[in-house]
Design a protein around this ligand. Structure first.
Ligand SMILES: CC(C)(COP(=O)(O)OP(=O)(O)OC[C@H]1O[C@@H](n2cnc3c(N)ncnc32)[C@H](O)[C@@H]1OP(=O)(O)O)[C@@H](O)C(=O)NCCC(=O)NCCS
Length: 179
């Protein structure tokens, strides 16, 4: 497996300001492979300890090891995302189910936020679903999470069912959009 590349936060911030100049449609979202598991795990390690909107037990669970990532890849999850000068700066995973294409675990490096990276992944989420004959995209959003709810509105998702406790003390709303 590759050793994760490492740039200083300042350098990544500089690069992400360049990325900001591009519309989300032009950010390339690719599918990662097993050899990328170390880099993905490194991104989870950087982001999830700081995602304080979520309960601590959930944040800890989101910090996958490379082995967990590979295991999920072998069990039907596709990991998609983007690299910036070689380094993985955004990722999410998706699985085709009998209900459609399910997405979760979206993670963007702090220095690269608000550049359209999550938006680019939502565009690709629809494209991948359509290309694979899925009738809908669906995902869970933490109730009250401003950016998540904004993204749902921006990409035409609608609440699907009632909010529910995905994990202890963690209320989420499932959303769907028809493809
Ligand atoms: C949620 C997350 C993936 C969004 O990533 P992102 O790449 O910054 O999202 P985008 O750049 O596409 O921005 C989406 C919208 O939110 C806005 N936004 C982004 N960061 C913001 C902030 N801190 N405050 C207010 N608005 C913000 C953007 O301006 C954009 O709105 P616009 O399209 O009207 O311009 C990222 O914040 C993250 O990794 N958070 C921690 C993990 C997490 O909560 N994941 C969600 C799992 S469902």
């Amino acid at each position: 497996m590759h050793k994760p590349r490492s740039y200083s936060p300042e350098h990544l911030l500089y690069l992400s300001r360049i990325m900001e100049e591009y519309p989300a449609e032009e950010i390339r979202v690719i599918e990662f492979e097993e050899e990328d598991a170390n880099d993905i795990a490194e991104l989870f390690r950087q982001v999830w300890p700081l995602a304080v909107e979520y309960p601590e037990h959930w944040r800890k669970k989101r910090i996958y090891t490379p082995e967990q990532i590979i295991n999920e890849m072998r069990n039907g999850f596709h990991f998609f995302g983007s690299r910036l000068q070689g380094q993985i700066v955004g990722v999410y995973k998706a699985k085709i189910t009998d209900k459609g294409l399910y997405g979760e675990h979206q993670t963007v490096r702090p220095e690269c936020r608000a550049t359209g990276l999550a938006s680019a992944m939502y565009i690709q989420f629809a494209e991948y679903g359509r290309a694979h004959g899925c009738k809908r995209n669906y995902c869970n959003i933490l109730v009250g999470q401003e950016i998540g709810e904004k993204l749902m509105k921006k990409f035409g998702f609608r609440p699907w069912g009632e909010p529910y406790e995905q994990a202890e003390g963690m209320l989420v709303q499932m959303y769907e959009r028809s493809l």
